[in-house]
Each structure stands twice: as C-alpha cells, then as structure tokens.
Design a protein around this ligand. Structure first.
Ligand SMILES: *Cc1c(COP(=O)(O)O)cnc(C)c1O
Length: 570
C-alpha cells in the first residue's frame, strides 16, 4: 500500500459529512445522507477526482435494529472495531470544548476504484488517552445524545477536521459541506484568512469573508425550517467559547440562535439543493441567496445486483464507469432482463424466508418500501383502507418493508409496529413482512428483488430521495409521489407511475394523504396489476425504460461531473 503522504501531493476538495456509508460493517451512517456521501466518494475514486473526505468515526455506530415480540423497535449498540478497518494517522490536533483542550486524531480508510483512483477518507476520533471520559465519548454515537453532544460533535467535525487536514499537510482548494453539520469549519477559515491578529468584529476589514466564501461549497438537504441544526448562543459560548467574536458570529449565523445552515449559506459562494424542486424550495426558505440545484445520484456499480450486472456486462460493457451507456438498454433482449430480475427476486425471497420463515412466491407482483421510518415518509399510506387493498391485491400482491426509526422517534416506531400488526391480519391473502435492520446489505438485496418501488412522502419534504434510483438501475420501476428526483425522472407509464397530484408550488404543505391513497389504489388496480399479469412485454418495456431513461442519468458519476464543472472549479 502507498504511504498516505502521497495524498498530500495534489491539492484536493475536502468533502465534509457527518455520516458516510461505505460498507455495512462500518456503521458510520444512518440513511440517505450517508449513503449519498459514500456514493459520492466511490464515484470520485472511479473518476480519479482529487478529493479527501472527512467524517466522524461513530465508534458505537448508529444502532442495530431488532423487534420485540409485539413489533416494537429495540436498539442495540453496534460492535465494531475501527482499528480493524483503518490505519491511524500520525498527528493530533486540539479543539476547545467546555474550556478544555480536547485532542482529536484521524483514522484513514482508502476507497479504491478498479479504475485506479483512490480517495482517502478521514474518520475523526476523540477516544484518546488524556481526554476526559466524556470527551472520549464525543465520537461514539451518530446522531445520539442531546443538543450539547451534537454541538460538540460538530466542533470536532468542522473545526477539528479543518485543523487536522492542515496538520497533516493536505492542500485544500475547496471545502464541500455536505449539509450544515460541518459549518463550523467556516469559523476556522475566517481565522485562517484573518488579516490582523487582534481582529474585533467592528474592525471589518480584518475579516476576509470573501476568501472564505470562495473556498466553500454548500449542499443543503433539508426542505423544512425545523430540520436545520440550531444552537442557543448561551450553549455555544459555554461549549465552544469564542472562536470568532460573538457579534460577527451573530451577523453570519443568526441573531437569536446559531443556525448552522445560515452560517454555511453566508460563507459559501456556491450553494445547491439536491434536486430541481428542492433548489426551488430552498430559495423560498432562504430568500436572498443564489441557490442552484444538482440532482443526487447513486453509485451504479455499488447498487446494481449481480444478476443485472451480468447482463449489463454482456451487452453494455463499460457501463459501470460510464453509466450513460445504459441509454442503449434496448439492445438487451427482453428475456435476458426478465431472467436477471427473476434471479434477483429469488435471491431476495431466500433472504425473506431465512429471516422471517415466510415463503414468498416469485410469480406474484411484489412491492417494496424501505427507508427511514419517519412521519413524512408515510410508510402506512398503502394501508389507508386495508379492505380496499385486500380487495385489489388478494392473491396478486406481496409487500416487503424495512427501515429504522430514530431512537427518539416514538411515532416512527409506532408506524413500524402497526405495519407488523397488519401483516398478521392479512395472513396469506397479501403477504407482508417488515425486515429488521435496514442497512446497505439489506438494501442491496431488497431493492433489486421487488417488482415495483413504492415511495409516498409528504410533498415537498423529499429533498431528492435516492432509493428509487437504486431501483431504476435494477430495472425496478418507481411508483411514487411527484417529489424530489422523481419529478425529473417520471414519465407516466413509461419509466413508472406517479401517485397523487402533480407537484404544486414550492411552499405547498397541504397533506393530500387521502387523495394520494385513492390514486395509489386506483393505479394499482387499473394499471399496474393488469400490466404485470397480462402484458409481460409491456411490463419489461417499463423496466427497460427505468434503466435507459432514469438510471443512465441519476447516478453519482453524472452528479460528480456536475459538481466539478459547476461548483468545484468555478
Ligand atoms: C438508499 C438508502 C437510503 C435512502 O433511501 P431514500 O428512499 O432515499 O430515503 C436509506 N438507507 C439505506 C440503507 C439506503 O441504502
């Protein structure tokens, strides 16, 4: 293996993310944001982009999900040893937390591409002898603890991360903030570019805001006001002290409380949302800022099942590092696509039987739904009228669910429990399982193995959504509310199907659940079920369009080329 110092030979984009999902065995992610970060890094490696990623080590992980006998989510800490995966880098830095010096070190993980690129990923860690026990625990739990714990983590990520990069001699040409969690790094940069040693807030020309802005790219992911990290200034002063004068901080991050998003917005020259619609929504949330849109993607090679991969390799060689080639999917014979999908389906059903003891039928139309169990995702929507669902789907439908609720989200846990209770009442009429512990491995097996991928979030709360792109890659059509990426990917009856009304104006927060559910039932009964059972060539045509018109575009190779040309080198 190369000495890590070669990574410091080229100047790099520093990609900061609170969570990064690289492998199931490394539980340093919770959901879509972390998976996106992982896919970003994998595509950067394939494309040989000069990037270094920075995140937290999350020694106790997010959590492992199991269910009690009555279907209530139980959270177990994840047992893993970062030492088994990473090499410790020399050099430590110090950040001030609660007026104490807290040491931060970094572990290195290398993401290597078969195409020859390699991206260093730094996992920050405070579990160092000499730090107080409570400080050693700062990098334990992803999204665990209270607001104070969260602020400490964000100090380690933003300030500690920026200092470590400098100590290790990385040359950084741009900092990319993947969501607002790393915004405190802008304060480190303000000090770095400060023109006078003793600079006060009033002393305006001492602060070179412009140089900080030129250095930062900010991607926002949250389309609701309440979703953005904010901290009380009293807490900030107690825990962080005064990194920059308070007056300056308030001017940049909000007068009443420290709003991490506002801080990032004020100190980044390039700002983007993660789908066209999300860009619009963000403009309304933060008037006065120029906000662009770069639609998310998924890493094609990572999310294509081995069954479909074999077909792509045969008919579209080179597709993995040039997913645009998928546009030529019509060169693949129907039977080959169908057989590959059938293989992926059998592989999923084998897993379902292992985990639940329930045998699924590969000839029955199977719908999948898996994502974080949080209210706006409306996991229970298909069960709005269970009698109607039974009447439409008896003997013709199977359902597979998965997803974790945040440990503090009792509403999400109740949703999971309710779905498992419904499974008992449906019995064999419509088979229904809730698979435990949704993670990258489960997703890789689940998504390609169903026939339709269902998504019905409350508009406009799905900033982008990426699991539907994983489905499309595997020839699984989306059946989804028109929100996030699907507004761009949807052609009715061609790439999949919509649920509910067309996307209305950005600020609409009307709950259309009954209307959406009605449309869902109607299309299932009159369009999707008949097509699946009565017109197989027509069905396979939609599968191919999902690949040729969705997957060829909604991938992180395309996305990263856009970040390079529109954000990084401008
Ligand atoms: C892709 C993925 C997600 C994101 O799913 P969305 O439908 O975009 O919310 C979350 N968790 C895991 C494990 C995933 O693989």
């Amino acid at each position: 293996m190369n000495d890590w110092r070669i990574f410091t030979d080229t100047s790099r984009i520093a990609y900061f993310s609170m969570e990064i999902g690289l492998a199931t065995e490394m539980p340093t992610y919770s959901g879509g944001l972390g998976i996106l970060a992982g896919d970003t890094i994998r595509s950067a490696a394939d494309l040989k982009l000069p990037l270094v990623a920075v995140t937290l080590v999350s020694r106790k992980g997010y959590f492992r999900q199991t269910f009690s006998a009555d279907g209530w989510q139980q959270e177990q800490p994840v047992d893993w040893r970062p030492e088994d995966f990473f090499e410790l880098l020399p050099g430590k830095v110090v950040v001030s937390i609660d007026s104490r010096d807290v040491k931060v070190q970094a572990w290195l993980y290398r993401v290597s591409s078969p195409a020859g690129g390699e991206i260093p990923v730094l996992f920050l860690d405070t579990d160092i002898p000499g730090n107080l026990p409570e400080d050693r625990a700062i990098t334990d739990y992803l999204y665990g603890g209270d607001n104070a714990y969260r602020l400490k983590q964000e100090i380690v990520l933003g300030i500690g991360g920026a200092r470590l990069l400098r100590t290790l001699n990385f040359q950084i040409r741009k900092y990319h903030l993947n969501e607002g969690h790393a915004s405190l790094l802008t304060l480190e940069l303000l000090n770095h570019f400060r023109r006078r040693f003793h600079a006060t807030w009033e002393d305006r020309d001492s602060w070179d805001l412009r140089s900080v802005q030129e250095s930062c790219v900010f991607t926002t992911h949250t389309p609701v006001e309440a979703g953005h990290d904010r901290f009380d200034y009293e807490l900030v002063q107690k825990i962080m002290g005064e990194v920059v004068p308070l007056g300056l901080l308030k001017e940049l991050a909000g007068l009443k409380e420290l709003n991490m998003t506002l801080l990032a917005l004020n100190l980044s020259r390039y700002i983007n949302g993660v789908a066209k619609k999300h860009g619009e929504v963000s403009k309304e949330l933060f008037p006065g800022f120029e906000i662009h849109a770069i639609t998310n993607g998924v890493h094609a090679f990572t999310w294509t099942s081995p069954y479909i991969m074999a077909v792509f390799d045969k008919f579209l060689p080179g597709w993995a590092n040039e997913p645009e080639l998928l546009v030529r999917v019509d060169n693949i014979p129907d039977q080959e696509i169908w057989d590959a999908h059938y293989g992926a389906k059998a592989y999923l059903f084998q897993y379902i039987e292992e985990v639940t003891g329930i045998k699924y039928d590969p000839d029955i139309l199977t719908i999948g739904f898996a994502r974080r169990a949080t209210a706006y995702k409306r996991a229970k929507m298909i069960f709005t009228d269970p009698d109607r669902l039974l009447q439409i789907g008896r003997g013709k439908l199977q359902l597979v669910f998965a997803g974790k609720a945040h440990p503090h989200d009792d509403h999400g846990k109740k949703m999971i429990q309710d779905i498992q209770k419904l499974a008992a009442t449906f019995g064999d009429a419509i088979k229904l399982v809730y698979l435990p512990n949704y993670n990258m491995d489960v997703a890789s097996r689940l998504i390609p193995g169903v026939d339709v991928w269902l998504n019905n979030p409350l508009r406009p709360l799905e900033a982008s959504g990426t699991s539907g792109m994983k489905a499309a890659l595997n020839g699984v059509p989306n059946f989804s509310v028109l929100d996030g990426w699907w507004i761009e990917g949807h052609i009715e009856g061609v790439t999949g199907w919509s649920i509910g009304p067309p996307p209305t104006d950005a600020s609409a927060e009307v709950n259309h659940t009954d209307e959406d559910a009605d449309d869902l039932y109607h299309k299932l009964e009159t369009v999707i079920i008949p097509l699946f059972y009565q017109d197989r060539p027509g069905w396979i045509h939609v599968m191919k369009n999902a690949i040729g018109k969705n997957a060829y575009y909604f991938n992180t190779h395309v996305m990263m080329r856009r970040y390079v040309t529109e954000a990084y080198i401008r």
